[in-house]
Design a protein around this ligand. Structure first.
Ligand code: SF4
Length: 379
């Protein structure tokens, strides 16, 4: 039995100048990606360039054209990331311009460029969600991201400013051999924001991930955190997310299915689209060259998408992937209710929730692949 006709995508993930960042996290995926020649030159580790996305610039024209397309197709959520998107001249104005066309605009940022003035401006738009990536609140755990203490303190100061600004925020908390030992301290430090903030711990991805793998002893910290998660209630996501994170480490990788490509795709600022926000090496189509309906059809029909949606991971990128996007898969597999998913800022809009429910309904019960679990893995 085939899938019923697919509703439009729910999230358009737009990656802008992915090699341009003010930080040089040692584990950064852009440096590990060979998708574009500039990635193989490790541009992410070069000093940031001054880009401008004003309406009169080439980048600004391209972005406006790309960003019009998902809105035209009634995709409710747009996410902007980089590199560090908020470093780009004119990024505030661009966000202000597009905000009325989407139910929710998500900005993935390391937080460093977000002054109080900029936070106030973003907050006044009413539909902005921030996803702030950090590794730990203590310097020892955050030192792949901020090698010197002064940069770390500046990052933490910005983070607290953001958290006090009242913009709905998720934290993308990267787990590795340096951040894992201070996981409890990080959660304790963020506990004052409990109820207004969700912290998603997730492992480093990419071909070099084993270099950053926490030792078995360090992984016990995570197992203990999962076991005592009620101590950080209101801060950590619910049990299904944490339980899968635990399984990811116990099983040495992902053994369960993923549904994200059903509802989200990525477009780069040259218009190239890929089937998954976490996969940058397939080139499905181009939003600058074709009407959005045609591009959405190509994405939906792509054989590569079927590979990504297999009941158990089929490619290495998927086997090493567990991310804060995973609540979508948990929802598709009936492990999270729509109401629970709606507590995550990115998905909280009614139109977004309706679109996710429609995507799940279109799939039909036979295609909600249950978690592929090898015998004994839960022990
Ligand atoms: S598991 Fe695979 S398809 Fe799913 S988000 Fe990760 S890379 Fe993408």
């Amino acid at each position: 039995m085939g899938e019923m006709s697919s509703p439009p995508f729910v999230v358009a993930d737009i990656v802008v100048r992915e090699s341009n960042c003010n930080l040089s996290c040692t584990y950064c995926l852009t440096g590990q990606s060979n998708f574009k020649s500039e990635h193989s030159l490790l541009g992410i580790f070069a000093p940031p360039t001054k880009f401008d996305c004003g309406p009169q610039t080439e980048l600004g024209r391209r972005l406006r054209s790309i960003l019009r397309a998902p809105a035209e197709a009634r995709t409710p959520v747009v996410k902007l990331s980089g590199g560090e998107f908020m470093l780009i001249e004119g990024s505030d104005e661009l966000v202000e311009e597009i905000a009325p066309s989407y139910e929710t605009v998500v900005l993935l940022t390391n937080g460093m460029p977000l002054t109080q003035t900029r936070c106030a401006r973003l907050r006044s738009l009413g539909n902005i969600v921030l996803q702030v990536s950090i590794d730990a609140t203590r310097h020892s755990g955050n030192s792949y991201r901020c090698p010197d203490e002064a940069t770390h303190h500046a990052a933490m100061s910005r983070l607290h400013g953001i958290l006090k600004s009242g913009i709905p925020t998720e934290i993308y908390l990267v787990l590795h051999d340096r951040s894992m030992p201070s996981l409890r301290d990080t959660l304790d430090d963020l506990m004052p924001y409990s109820g207004a903030l969700t912290v998603f711990p997730f492992p480093v991805r990419g071909p070099d991930r084993s270099s950053f793998q926490p030792t078995p002893e360090q992984q016990r910290t995570l197992l203990e955190v999962v076991e005592h998660a009620s101590r950080w209630e209101g801060l950590l996501p619910g049990t299904p997310y944490l339980e899968r994170l635990r399984r990811f480490y116990v099983d040495a990788g992902r053994r369960f299915s993923c549904h994200l490509p059903r509802v989200a795709f990525t477009a780069f600022d040259d218009g190239v689209v890929t089937n998954c926000p976490n996969i940058w090496f397939n080139h499905a189509d181009n939003l600058l060259q074709k009407p959005v309906a045609e591009v959405y059809r190509t994405l939906t029909d792509a054989p590569f998408r079927r590979l990504l949606l297999a009941p158990a991971p089929r490619i290495d990128a998927c086997r090493g992937c567990y991310t804060p996007w995973d609540p979508v898969s948990l929802y598709f597999e009936d492990q999270l209710s729509l109401q629970e998913l709606g507590r995550i800022p990115m998905y909280r809009g009614p139109r977004t929730l309706d679109a996710l429910a429609a995507a799940k309904a279109a799939l039909g019960p036979h295609h909600r692949a249950s978690t592929a679990t090898a015998p004994g893995l839960d022990s």
